[in-house]
Design a protein around this ligand. Structure first.
Ligand code: 5GP
Length: 187
C-alpha cells in the first residue's frame, strides 16, 4: 500500500466518546469513510447490523479468521472485535480515507502492517468524566463497566505511540482537530 497515510486509526478508551466524534466527522466530511468492524458482542439497543458492527457468533468470527478475512482482531472484555479486510482494501485502492475505530492492540497490529498509517488517540478530559460517561450511557452492567474502566487506565498508557493525541471535551472541536490532523498528514 503506497498511500498508508489514508489509513487512519483512531483509538481511545471506552467512554472517551470516540464513536460520537467519528460519527460527527463522517457527517461533516463525507469524503471520510469509516470501516465497520465485526464483533461477537451482542448489539446494544439502537445499534444496527452493518452500520455499527457486523454481529456474529464466536464460531462465525473464528471461521472468518480461519478464512483470512480479518485484517486484525482482538478479544476485548470477553468478545471478539476485528476489521474485515473487505472494509479496507477496496477503499485504499480507490485512494479513499478510511478510518478504523479500534482499541490499542489492534492499532499496534495495524501499525506493524502499515507503519506510515495515521494514528490518533482520543482522550477523555479526565478519568472521572470517563467513569461518569460510561455509567450514564447505561449500556453495560456494573461488572462490564469496571472491566472497561480498568482497561481504560491501561489503554491511556499507549497514547504516546500515536501520531496525535486529542482531548474530547467538545465533540465538534475534537472532530475538527482530527480532521486537521488527517489533512496535515496528507500534505
Ligand atoms: P464497544 O463494545 O464499546 O463497541 O467496543 C469495545 C472496544 O473495541 C472499543 O475500544 C472499540 O474501539 C474496539 N473495537 C471496535 N472494533 C474493533 C476492531 O475491529 N478491532 C479492534 N482491535 N478493536 C475494535
Amino acid at each position: 500500500m503506497n498511500n498508508q497515510r489514508h489509513l487512519v486509526v483512531i483509538s481511545g478508551p471506552s467512554g472517551s466518546g470516540k464513536d460520537t466524534v467519528v460519527e460527527y466527522l463522517r457527517q461533516k466530511h463525507p469524503e471520510i469513510e469509516v470501516s465497520v468492524s465485526a464483533t461477537s458482542r451482542p448489539p446494544r439497543e439502537g445499534e444496527q447490523e452493518g452500520v455499527n458492527y457486523y454481529y456474529m457468533t464466536r464460531v462465525a468470527f473464528e471461521e472468518k479468521i480461519k478464512n483470512n478475512e480479518i485484517l486484525e482482531y482482538t478479544e476485548y472484555c470477553g468478545n471478539y472485535y476485528g476489521t474485515p479486510k473487505s472494509e479496507v482494501d477496496k477503499r485504499i485502492a480507490q485512494n479513499k480515507i478510511v478510518v478504523l475505530v479500534i482499541e490499542v492492540e489492534g492499532a499496534a497490529n495495524i501499525r506493524r502492517m502499515y507503519p506510515d498509517c495515521t494514528t490518533i488517540f482520543v482522550r477523555p478530559p479526565s478519568y472521572e468524566e470517563l467513569s461518569e460517561r460510561l455509567r450514564k450511557r447505561g449500556t453495560e452492567d456494573e461488572n462490564c463497566i469496571r472491566r472497561r474502566l480498568a482497561r481504560a487506565v491501561e489503554e491511556m498508557e499507549y497514547a504516546v505511540d500515536y501520531n496525535y493525541v486529542v482531548v474530547n471535551s467538545v465533540i465538534e472541536d475534537c472532530a475538527e482537530e482530527i480532521y486537521t490532523a488527517i489533512q496535515e498528514r496528507l500534505k
